[in-house]
Design a binder for this molecule. Sequence first.
Ligand SMILES: NC(=O)C1=CN([C@@H]2O[C@H](COP(=O)(O)OP(=O)(O)OC[C@H]3O[C@@H](n4cnc5c(N)ncnc54)[C@H](O)[C@@H]3O)[C@@H](O)[C@H]2O)[C@@H](O)CC1
Ligand SMILES: [K+]
Length: 499
Amino acid sequence: MSNEILTPHEMAEADRLAIAAGPFSGIQLMCNAGAAVAAEVLRRWPAAIRAHVLCGPGNNGGDGYVVARLLADVGVRVTVWAEGRPKAGSDAAQAAAECPIEAQPISGFHPEGGDIVVDALYGAGLSKPLSPSAVAAIVKCRKAKIPVVAVDLPSGISGETGHPVGDEAFRAALTVTFVRKKPGHLLLPGREACGEILVADIGIGAEIIAAVGPKCFENGPVLWQSRYPMPAADTHKYRRGHVGVFSGGPSSTGAARLAAFAAARAGVGAVTVLSPGNTLATNAAHLTSIMLRRVDDIDAARAFISDRKPSALVLGPGFGVGEPLRELALVVLETAGAEVSLVLDADGITSFHDAPASLFIAAGAKGAAGLVLTPHEGEFGRLFPDIARDAALSKLEKARKAAARSHGVVIYKGPDTVIASPDGRAAINANGTPLLATAGSGDVLSGIVAALLAQGMPAFEAACAAVWMHAEAARRFGPGLIAEDLPLALCPVLRELLG
Ligand SMILES: NC(=O)C1=CN([C@@H]2O[C@H](COP(=O)(O)OP(=O)(O)OC[C@H]3O[C@@H](n4cnc5c(N)ncnc54)[C@H](O)[C@@H]3O)[C@@H](O)[C@H]2O)[C@@H](O)CC1
Ligand SMILES: [K+]
């Protein structure tokens, strides 16, 4: 299964190229799409008494007329409820003409228990909030508690953003989409409105998708496994990279240790916690295989970087917001060298609230260290306030703009984490779990990212892999998870990844 994601615009381009290249015409693609939906309805609900097919005026409705015809052909009692009529001469008009069932106005739609609803009102072409009669249909489905199968997307949800275009959208038990997923299938709340998602092949081949050139992917091992650092038989600890984690002051050392433990579990050969003098004893009491070095100021940080040549540094977790952090981050970016990466998290992001440009300029300079930023929603708003405020942008587009501006890979965290690279590539993570909404889980993520960077994985792939592994570890551990559990919970995930 391919992991590319097509924006609705790219999907329209794929349709156009496919129709031009043949062998399928527009109406044949529509028939293939309708056939895929009808087959899935029959497979899952073989005993359904009656199917209601809601058809809109565009090609989504066209798919619906095909579904209605095919279900009726095999003896299902089908009623078609239409909102608007297809434009004369369109593929949808042909599909409606070939459907033997007379469409009735959607206002008369009245489902009952045991029925199935096929929602083919609007898909990629949704351009405004749903009409009152479409909203009434949603309410009737909800009250009747009957399964809804969405064609392409639950009507009301934007395929671009995953947000409802108005106040209401269908909630489907199953969404059958075509060719590839769209961002709205993976971004919240669209993901929840879709129910189970099935991607049907309608005859648009991989060469057409390659010609469209999508740059967005569903995150998963297929995307990055070939770049995953496999330890060679003759490796030794420094060949597996060295991560340095800056510790905070006396009351906040735990975050750095969480990142350090996670980095160690994620396969880096050596990890050093860089600790101010007043926290050395606390850190020492909790560390065994992880090294500890006193770092009280910029000079000591510079000395560590030049003596011990770490390949990745984590700065921010528990460190404290302010000028010392800003200075340290800029020194690392400006002097550590392009072979070193800096993961800036938590306080590391908030510290640049008033001066984000200084960070972005330093990260964009020739020879600068690599930068990975890991903001959650609040931190994202502090670093990129104008992008965060722009309601027209999807989370995907926000992350992409932030990556381009900051010259860093951005991990925009949340239940639908988006990872974006300054080169325009992006991935939407789909294995997130509410179990990760626990204190310290972000520190662990930073440690995993740093470990993969330190082992030579390219930054975008390292960020994607870390996000996926972090969520996978949480899922497998299950309820009761706290951040301390996550590093050890990585082991079964790694066992599978490393084969
Ligand atoms: N060749 C193709 O392009 C294919 C398209 N397919 C289907 O085509 C769909 C996209 O078709 P369209 O681009 O025609 O878009 P839609 O069918 O989603 O809707 C477009 C029409 O609805 C109107 N409209 C949009 N929002 C409305 C609202 N809230 N209330 C009232 N009217 C509204 C628009 O003005 C336009 O007339 C896909 O979602 C998919 O289901 C499939 O048949 C596969 C092949
Ligand atoms: K739909």
